[in-house]
Design a binder for this molecule. Structure first.
Ligand code: GLC
Length: 424
């Protein structure tokens, strides 16, 4: 009963939060209406790609089907003829908050009107569309958006640079886990430290110079690939991709399309993840540094992500969980799941501009809650739910939390913590 009352209150709070962050408007230049949820109005006022997918999950849970549909429509409103959609959609405020992020778009005057960035974010989009369809059975909407998402997936195949099925990201920010510590060797942060300062730290410029490098090549993938500064096959990104392909496979027949290409792609991705990313000795899945498929042996929550794929056998899943999940010096902190193993030299649990290098975020908890539950690890799944729940009770909806104390940091009123709604 108490539990019910508390979840009712949570539902109301998340509903009010999303409503407060709703942004609707009309772009005269594009002749289009837009509608999306700002992750946190002050710090994150734009429409983000994967945030939009998480918002759809929450909106569907709240019965806000109309806003969920309009969110996806807006996400695809500026889709290019080749299928591309950027990770940030600038609808009204056309310049990013951090000046250095300007280079995440192509150099062009078009940047001074509504436009998109040139980066991508993990593809959870077919999964979001599937959520809407499951709740509404609206075939007309499905048909409209399926064509959009199909085009996007077509574009994504151009990131399969070497034909092994795995997609490559060209900037750390494309993982959605901006300053993810596993990229330290790639960006040249050999000291493996998390600096306290922003603009005066070498690490900051090492990362930003990657975006500069891509910007100066006008985001031409052939040129970027030829003169690689950052080419990574990210485990989290590719897990989302495989799951999205599975969703496309299920949606295709409903939309009157052929599911076979998605099935084939999904199988290849899963096989390649197992063959190339899995490390038997340390029982973990690692990001790959290309060219050369070098394993980046740094423990972040994405070592667990492929367990979401049915193709990964139970014995492997068991080994990964047993080796890393509950170990206090790795991920078994009082408020799991830290975004970097606690024993890592770069681990910093406090507030920092360098995101994803220690604190606990809602997303991995939400994602792995379902994964662990499906694998029969109810107790571990519950630990993730309870950890996030307690952090939210203690500190409110914050961007990320201290993995030892649950203290909240970063943006206030951050929408992602509302994913708790989808954890039971
Ligand atoms: C931060 C996160 C990124 C997210 C964005 C907007 O940059 O690292 O994943 O999309 O904020 O919420």
């Amino acid at each position: 009963m108490l539990q019910d009352r508390r979840s009712d209150a949570l539902r109301e709070d998340v509903h009010a939060l999303l409503r407060r962050h709703l942004k609707e408007g009309y772009s005269g230049l594009l002749g289009r209406e837009y509608c999306y949820i700002r992750p946190a109005p002050g710090r994150y006022p734009f429409q983000w790609f994967w945030d939009s997918c998480f918002h759809v999950v929450m909106l569907v849970r709240l019965g806000e089907h109309d806003i969920a549909k309009r969110t996806l429509r807006s996400l695809f409103a500026m889709q290019r003829a080749d299928g591309f959609v950027g990770h940030m959609i600038f609808w009204n405020q056309v310049l990013p908050n951090r000046p250095t992020d300007i280079v995440q778009a192509r150099p062009s005057w078009a940047d001074l009107r509504p436009h998109m960035s040139e980066l991508v974010q993990p593809p959870f989009v077919a999964q979001a569309l599937e959520r809407i369809y499951a709740a509404t059975h609206d075939r007309v909407f499905l048909g409209e958006l399926y064509a959009r998402v199909r085009g996007y997936h077509q574009w994504l195949t151009c990131r399969d640079f070497d034909g092994d099925g795995l997609l490559t990201i060209i900037s750390p920010f494309e993982s959605g886990m901006d300053w993810k510590a596993s990229y330290d060797p790639v960006v040249g942060n050999d000291a493996r430290r998390t600096p306290r300062r922003l603009y005066t730290s070498r690490y900051f410029w090492q990362v930003v110079s990657i975006d500069w490098h891509n910007f100066l090549r006008r985001y031409d993938l052939q040129r970027i690939r030829a003169r690689s500064r950052f080419l990574v096959k990210d485990v989290g990104y590719n897990t989302a991709y495989a799951l999205d392909l599975a969703a496309m496979e299920r949606l295709a027949p409903i939309a009157g399309d052929d599911p076979a290409p998605y099935r084939e792609r999904r199988r290849r991705v899963a096989r390649a993840m197992l063959e190339r990313m899995y490390d038997e000795e340390s029982a973990a899945f690692y990001d790959l540094w290309e060219p050369g498929a070098r394993k980046l042996r740094i423990l972040t929550p994405s070592i667990f992500f492929p367990l979401a794929l049915a193709e990964i056998a139970d014995d492997i899943a068991e080994r990964v969980i047993a080796a890393h999940f509950s170990t206090p010096r790795e991920f078994g902190t009082p408020f799991p799941l830290p975004s970097l193993a606690a024993c890592d030299p770069a681990f910093y649990p406090g507030e920092s501009s360098y995101l994803w290098r220690g604190p606990t975020w809602a997303l991995p908890n939400w994602f792995l809650y379902h994964t662990l539950g499906r694998r029969g690890h109810a107790e571990e799944a519950e630990r993730l739910r309870a950890g996030l729940w307690q952090a939210v009770q203690k500190s409110g909806f914050r961007e990320y939390y201290d993995p030892f104390t649950g203290e909240g940091y970063g943006a206030h009123d951050f929408t992602w913590s509302g994913l708790l709604l989808d954890m039971h």
